[in-house]
Design a protein around this ligand. Structure first.
Ligand code: ATP
Ligand code: MG
Length: 906
């Protein structure tokens, strides 16, 4: 290929090509999929369009084009094992896609793909191969339509149109749901790229798993709905979903032999080389660590920009793992100081045009990388040393698998992620029990009381409800789009029961005492989302003759909402007209907390800096919890500033502006999006403060009309939630009033005790504390005088043994300081002698000090040894220097016995 196009130009040309063909450009969604609880990361372009294929969401366009950020490093799609070893798989990569939602189909999709590759980008037609679907089981119709369309393309070699079976050419989203045949485009890089030439069984060709044929682009034709393992129903409208590996097409157009030598990744590789001081030749001879570092640094930068910071579970674990893995591979190149920030600088420089979130989070990215590298470096050496020991032990026993629990301990105590342990073991032809690792991790997580990473949505009952939803749409008055949901204006709704569920079965009637689920044609009950908890309330009919108490509201499948709870009175049947009433008082409390959360977010950014980003929240009736990215604990001054700022904004009584907008417009205007949340084309925005709002967020929650409704706002705690994430809890409205009222009562009780006014409470407390300090000092003085007197008496009783004086003394409630003072006196008073001083502080707690004069020390008598012996005998321990030693114990009678027979001890 001779055209000199940069990677960024190629991306843009792809987008422009399809825009010219009537496609709407849709920005990449976050790497953290919004509503899809089953998925750790977005792993293909179709993720953000899933609901469109399922028929539960509609867009106002039927053709779309995009470049999607993808991660394939966990779950069903995990390419980690290939990353570093080959030149075509990454953990993070971009997928270019064009889409038809019930619009054009195979004819256009194939013709445009061919036109773009061969005409616009000039790929050598004789090197292009395509595959179509033919069922090896003969149950599903072969995709002759696709093959016929390929035949029509100008200059295509008919011999290059091949058929393959289900594994390669039939695409399914899940066990049921939309699916269809696909057609893949491969590029022949030339025989020299076959890495299996020495394998006699290898037959070089498309899908033969060697590196000669590069899979570039997958065109999926969604034409069926799978309803059971053996049943496919044709879909009323057919869709196109394509995905092209961006780095791969750039490598072909730029004529380089590796994704890593494209202008997308070479600058990163080059930076690694410069830092390591190696030559280009040395680099090429040892390319694997270069690939790993470049790949992982890029992936981690994109993850952090999407709000995923290093941590211990789920997505955060992956972020941590790839940073640590990059760090370890870096150390193979002699990079032993944090260096990933420098590679990330290149990533940001290279990609910010297409993905502005990188530049926006510049500092956060660099800080997180560096901090995580530092953290890892403090433990990695001991971790690797432990692992080496474990490997020696395995070898000596002739075992090839490392115990999973041990691997987890290596992670928990020495910070070695499983993947690194596996790398190290692999280098020695050993393996690790991964299942054991995950079991140990799970056990640890449960024992440590950590919550589940994923909530209950989309749980086991998802399938039951999605089938039920489909039925209801056909048989009831449920709208085609599903339930009419309006938590913003409908607090009391007249509605119709469209379905009832009892013990996971669809029923016609429920009656008093039963715990059941009610589905309505419309509802104003808010469903947990964006951290705001669901509403509770009552459903009743016939003016309160029948009452159902709503205890939980959920959306178990797209399009239906189930009100779970208990029939308190009477009975309910399908098609009954009912009144659904949200508990208004509770809703008001929630609403106050939600708006306060926005105010808090804005204040935190104002006080702490723009790096603060929401990392999770809970908006409940009794409190709000807000997690955000920030490296350090807040000082009390900062907490006060934030709290004060929020209360000022409350009192400023801003009116909230709530608007529906296009997502792109809202983002352009600077609205803050929540990562992990999936946004449609149209979004709801909440802003506060006119002109340039000081708070502007995308949010589907319920809010107050004016900020003064919040009443007041108090922070009740500030703590760490995870590495690099702080958590604030706060109260508003009724709770805030309740809390303050209680605190005032407590203060008032103290004031009464101190017999002062509230205004004097601090000065009075200070005065009392000062007095206490003074009294303690006085007391100590007296104590020390008394102790000295006792010492004088003991001195006169001193035992003389072979010319040395032996003094024993038992004090009560004295102090170590006094005992030391007495020991010093003894050494001045006696030129040759030994003293043992004991002090009883409370029952069963004896302190001991012993001192020996220098002449006796020279003769080998040691206070240390003496104290060790005595302490041991009275049930404690001690020791010290020959001149002076300290110890303690519990057994008083024994001590007295020792003192009486002290001559024997010497
Ligand atoms: P492969 O067999 O090469 O792993 P795939 O069948 O998993 O590819 P698809 O799921 O069809 O790929 O994804 C569409 C396109 O995305 C592929 O044709 C390929 O060009 C690209 N792609 C897939 N996985 C990766 C990856 N890990 N890194 C870079 N590009 C990828
Ligand atoms: Mg793959």
């Amino acid at each position: 290929m001779s055209r000199s196009l940069s990677g960024n130009q190629i991306r843009q040309e792809f987008i422009d090509f399809f825009k010219e063909k009537g496609h709407q450009f849709v920005p990449s969604s976050s790497l953290v999929p919004g509503s899809d609880q089953t998925l750790l990361f977005t792993n293909a372009g179709m993720v953000q369009f899933k609901d469109v294929f399922l028929g539960t969401d509609k867009r106002n366009y039927t053709r779309a084009v995009n470049s999607q950020k993808c991660m394939r490093v966990a779950g069903k799609h995990n390419d980690l094992d290939d990353v570093g070893r080959d030149d075509l798989h990454h953990t993070f990569f971009e997928m270019l896609g064009n889409w038809s939602f019930g619009d054009y189909y195979k004819k256009e999709a194939i013709a445009w793909a061919w036109e773009l590759l061969t005409h616009k980008w000039g790929l050598d037609k004789s090197r292009i191969w395509v595959t179509c679907f033919k069922d090896e089981k003969g149950q599903i119709e072969a995709d002759q339509e696709a093959a016929d369309n390929w035949q029509l393309q100008p200059g295509i070699n008919s011999d290059h149109i091949l058929f393959f079976g289900r594994k390669d050419n039939f695409w399914e989203m899940a066990d049921t749901g939309p699916c269809g045949p696909c057609s893949e485009i491969h590029f022949d890089k030339g025989l020299e790229y076959c890495d299996k030439q020495n394998d006699p069984k290898h037959r070089c060709g498309v899908n033969s798993d060697c590196h000669r044929y590069l899979e570039l682009w997958n065109l999926v034709f969604i034409q069926y709905n799978r309803t059971s393992p053996i049943k496919l129903e044709p879909l009323p409208s057919k869709h196109v979903d394509t995905g092209m590996g961006f780095e791969r097409i750039v490598s072909v157009i730029q004529g380089v032999d590796s994704n890593y030598r494209t202008d997308l990744l070479l600058p990163l590789i080059e930076m690694v080389r410069q830092l390591s001081g190696q030559s280009e030749k040395e680099r090429d001879e040892n390319f694997t660590p270069y690939r790993v570092v470049a790949d992982h640094a890029r992936a981690a930068s994109f993850l952090i920009a999407d709000g995923v910071v290093p941590g211990n579970v789920g997505r955060n674990y992956i972020c941590r793992m790839i940073i640590r893995r990059a760090s370890r591979f870096g150390s193979k190149l002699g990079l032993n100081e944090p260096f990933l920030g420098k590679i990330a600088e290149k990533v940001i420089e290279q990609y910010s045009l297409a993905y502005p979130e990188l530049e926006k989070n510049h500092k956060t990215i660099i800080d997180n990388l560096t901090r995580e590298e530092e953290r890892f470096q403090t433990t990695v050496e001991s971790g690797l040393a432990y692992l080496e020991d474990a490997i020696l032990a395995l070898n000596s026993k002739g075992i090839t698998q490392l115990n999973g629990k041990l691997a987890f301990d290596l992670y928990a105590t020495h910070g070695l992620p499983l993947e690194i342990t596996r790398d190290v073991l692999r280098e020695k032809n050993l393996e690790v029990d991964q299942e054991g690792f995950y079991n140990a991790m799970e056990e640890h997580r449960i024992n440590s009381g950590a919550g589940k990473e994923f909530g209950p949505q989309g749980g086991e009952d998802a399938e039951f409800y999605s089938t039920l939803g489909d039925q209801l749409r056909k048989t009831s008055r449920l709208e085609n789009k599903g339930v009419q949901y309006d938590p913003y204006t409908l607090s009391t709704t007249e509605s119709e029961i469209v379905g009832l569920v009892f013990e996971q079965e669809s029923v016609k009637q429920i009656s008093e005492g039963q715990k059941a689920g009610i589905m309505l044609s419309k509802t104003g009950f808010y469903i947990e989302s964006g951290g705001q908890v669901s509403d509770l309330g009552l459903i009743n009919s016939e003016k309160g003759k029948n009452v159902f108490e709503v205890e939980e509201v959920r959306k178990p499948a797209p399009g239906i909402i189930v009100h779970f709870g208990k029939v308190r009175k009477g009975k309910f049947s399908v098609n009954d007209m009912v009144t659904a009433e949200v508990d208004q008082k509770r809703r008001q409390d929630i609403t106050r907390n939600h708006t306060a959360t926005h105010l808090l977010h804005a204040q935190l950014r104002k006080v702490l800096g723009e790096h603060v980003r929401q990392a999770g929240s809970l908006v409940a009736p009794d409190r709000l919890r807000f997690d955000f990215t920030h490296p350090d604990a807040l000082s009390s001054e900062e907490i006060h500033q934030v709290e004060d700022g929020v209360n000022q904004e409350v009192l400023n009584n801003y009116t909230l502006t709530i608007a529906q907008k296009k997502l792109s417009q809202a983002l352009d205007e600077g609205a803050m999006a929540l990562f992990g949340e999936k946004y449609g084309e149209e979004v709801r925005t909440i802003s506060l403060g006119g002109g340039k709002p000081f708070s502007y967020e995308l949010c589907s929650g319920t809010h107050v009309n004016e900020t003064s409704e919040i009443g007041s706002f108090f922070i009740t705690s500030e703590a760490s939630a995870a590495a690099g994430i702080r958590r604030i809890e706060a109260v508003t409205g009724r709770k805030a009033y309740g809390l303050m009222s209680m605190r005032l009562q407590q203060l008032s009780a103290i004031k009464n005790l101190f017999k002062c006014s509230l205004d004097e409470i601090v000065s009075t407390s200070e005065k009392i504390l000062a007095e206490k300090g003074h009294l303690l000092k006085e007391l100590a003085k007296f104590g020390s005088i008394a102790a000295k007197n006792e010492y004088q008496a003991a001195k006169s009783r001193a035992l003389i043994l072979d010319g040395k004086s032996v003094v024993t003394l038992l004090l009560k409630d004295s102090s170590i300081d006094t005992m030391r003072e007495l020991a010093d006196s003894f050494r001045q008073d006696f030129s040759s002698g030994i003293a043992v001083i004991a002090n009883m502080v409370g029952p069963g707690n004896i302190q001991l000090i012993s001192t020996v004069t220098d002449d006796l020390v020279k003769k080998g008598i040691s206070a240390g040894i003496l104290i060790k012996k005595i302490s041991g005998e009275i049930g404690g321990s001690g020791g010290g220097r020959p001149q002076l030693a300290q110890g303690g114990g519990t057994n008083l009678p024994k001590l007295k016995e020792i003192f009486e027979n002290i001559h024997k001890y010497l």
